[in-house]
Design a protein around this ligand. Structure first.
Ligand code: ADP
Ligand code: ADP
Length: 211
């Protein structure tokens, strides 16, 4: 569950983006939309605690990301928020599977290879589990990033332009996978996008405006 109100996001004291109100229930999806440069990415990063909240509240899994001290905010994000950034941040030279296991490895958590493999398989990547990330197509890379975001069993999934540069068929596949994975896992999903193909599929739409 995500609930935010009166949010002004930016960097330091510089306000960049505003959003009035948004509530996303468990298992449901919402869109952050607005023209290019309105501040969708900035707002998404602020929800994750990676850009600054200048005003307002962001409730994620019962805590307010806006007022948590930095260390707790990082911990809360690590436990509850799965992120799929526009630049997917897959590490070339590592397999799809090892890309999933990298974050738990780096933070000293248990690396659940079986669960990671199962997630990749459910996302249609059974034959790509051991493929180098640099050999994945854009659609495969996108699905690998979705699997990675699901691995922690997040309360909230944030996806920044997940369908950008995908053809219609891959767009449909990735969107269906994101929506299904969200529903099944009971997470809340927020997609930042100006892709009209996505807008047609999600009814909870919030408009981001430049601050
Ligand atoms: P959108 O995702 O809607 O296209 P962004 O959030 O990427 O919008 O950008 C909103 C505005 O914030 C733009 O004017 C951009 O140049 C500016 N901006 C983005 N990142 C930073 C940053 N790290 N520091 C300062 N300004 C930034
Ligand atoms: P095209 O869409 O032109 O067919 P591909 O989808 O086959 O291109 O991807 C071309 C290359 O770009 C591949 O080597 C792939 O690993 C890389 N690639 C795809 N998506 C990403 C991404 N999100 N970030 C970095 N590299 C990527």
């Amino acid at each position: 569950m995500l609930e935010l109100s009166g949010l002004v996001a930016g960097y330091g004291r510089r306000a960049l983006a505003k959003l009035g109100h948004l509530q996303v229930k468990d298992g449901e999806a919402a869109l952050l939309t607005g023209p290019s440069g309105a501040g969708k990415t900035t707002l998404l990063l602020a929800i994750a605690g990676l850009a600054d909240v200048l005003e307002g509240h962001v409730q994620v899994a019962g805590r307010d990301m806006a007022t948590l001290p930095a260390r707790e905010r990082d911990r809360h994000r690590g436990r509850h928020i799965g992120t799929i950034f526009q630049d997917l941040h897959l590490v070339p030279g590592l397999s799809a599977l090892d890309n999933l296991l990298l974050a738990p490895f780096a933070s000293g958590q248990r690396q659940d290879r079986a669960r990671a493999t199962e997630l990749l398989t459910r996302l249609g990547l059974a034959d790509r589990v051991h493929a180098g990330a640099e050999t994945l197509s854009r659609g495969e890379a996108q699905r690998t990033a979705i699997a990675r975001a699901m691995l922690i069993g997040p309360s909230l999934i944030l996806a920044d332009e997940p369908t950008a540069s995908l053809d219609d068929e891959s767009c449909e596949t990735v969107l269906a996978l994101l929506l299904d994975a969200t529903r099944e896992s009971g997470a809340a999903l927020v997609i930042a996008t100006h892709d009209s193909r996505v807008k047609a599929r999600v009814s909870n739409i919030a408009l981001v405006v430049a601050a």
